[in-house]
Design a binder for this molecule. Structure first.
Ligand code: HXC
Length: 263
């Protein structure tokens, strides 16, 4: 059953079974990110985090654009002091990054500037064959500001990241898959279904293990290999304290489906 949640101005939120789909919805501006949209997005993700029914989140846009970047009409007249003292985009991005449930980005069309960076804040990206990624801020006389020089570099390496950030060129879906920016490319018409299928797969797991894995993978970007491996090993050890570990392994041995209870 699909449940439309509270009305927002710039996003649409649907909860169906255990999946929460958040769709960016500023069609006239190709989903350009402004304060309202980012605030509503953070609110919706926090609601999904609190909603016990929700086990996986999908963040998507329209067929033409996931998001074409931060809203240039809002930024155009800002000066340094306003951007810096207002700490532009910091609070919203911190709230998004604090979500512990898995978030899959389903990207069709443009994911540019802040749009590409928002997709990279999600846990993995599935895109359509029409997707175009880019960090074109250089064309506006500025730089990326939400991870376009940092996450992108860690994800695809220095040479491609410099290329994207310095030339502002767009990267098509096949190149994005080849260099590891996205996990899968699917035909545009199938994007939503593929994302739902992937989210449903995740939703079937033990949410304890899922939350632990999300922390583990994210930790790999923050620490040395040795410390990361220790964090992973101790997390793995601690999952033996769960009922879901007993159930998952017993189910395998008894050749049946596991019934996880998040305990
Ligand atoms: C505000 C935007 C916008 C944006 C598109 N629009 N992108 N408005 N901010 N980022 C608006 C257009 O002005 C236009 O409004 C409508 O959306 C449709 O866009 P068109 O340009 O007419 O469409 P098209 O010709 O198909 O070109 C699509 C496009 C182009 C290639 C994606 O719109 C584009 O280059 N957009 C800007 C991309 C960009 O530079 N992104 C980075 C932004 S800076 P009207 O009213 O004319 O119909 C950024 C900083 C992040 O993201 C840092 C975070 C801290």
């Amino acid at each position: 059953m699909m449940v439309h949640l509270m009305a927002y101005e710039t996003i649409i939120v649907d909860v169906e079974d255990h999946i929460c789909v958040v769709s960016l919805n500023r069609p006239d501006a190709l989903n350009a990110l402004n304060d309202t949209l980012l605030g509503e997005l953070a609110d919706a993700l926090e609601d999904a985090q609190k909603n016990e029914k929700v086990r996986c989140i999908i963040l998507t846009g329209s067929e033409k654009a996931f998001a074409a970047g931060a809203d240039i009409s809002v930024m155009a007249n800002k000066n340094f002091v306003e951007a810096f003292m207002g700490d532009m985009f910091t609070e919203a991005s911190n709230r998004i990054l604090a979500i512990r449930k898995p978030i899959i980005a389903a990207v069709s069309g443009y994911a540019l500037g802040g749009g590409c960076e928002l997709a990279m804040m999600c846990d993995f990206i599935i895109c359509s064959d029409t997707a175009k990624f880019g960090q074109p801020e250089i064309n506006l006389g500025v730089s990326a500001g939400l991870g376009g020089t940092q996450r992108l570099t860690r994800f695809i390496g220095k040479s491609k990241s410099m290329d994207m950030n310095l030339t502002g060129r767009f990267m098509e879906a096949d190149e994005a898959e080849r260099c590891g920016l996205v996990s899968r490319v699917v035909p545009a018409k199938k994007l939503r279904d593929e994302a739902i299928t992937a989210a449903t797969r995740v939703a079937e797991k033990s949410m304890v293990a899922v939350a632990m894995v999300k922390e583990m993978v994210n930790r790999s970007y923050e620490t040395s290999l040795d410390e990361g491996l220790l964090f992973e090993r101790r997390g793995f050890h601690s999952l033996f304290a769960t009922e879901d570990q007993k159930e998952g392994m017993a189910a395998f041995l008894e050749k049946r489906e596991a019934q996880f209870r998040d305990k």
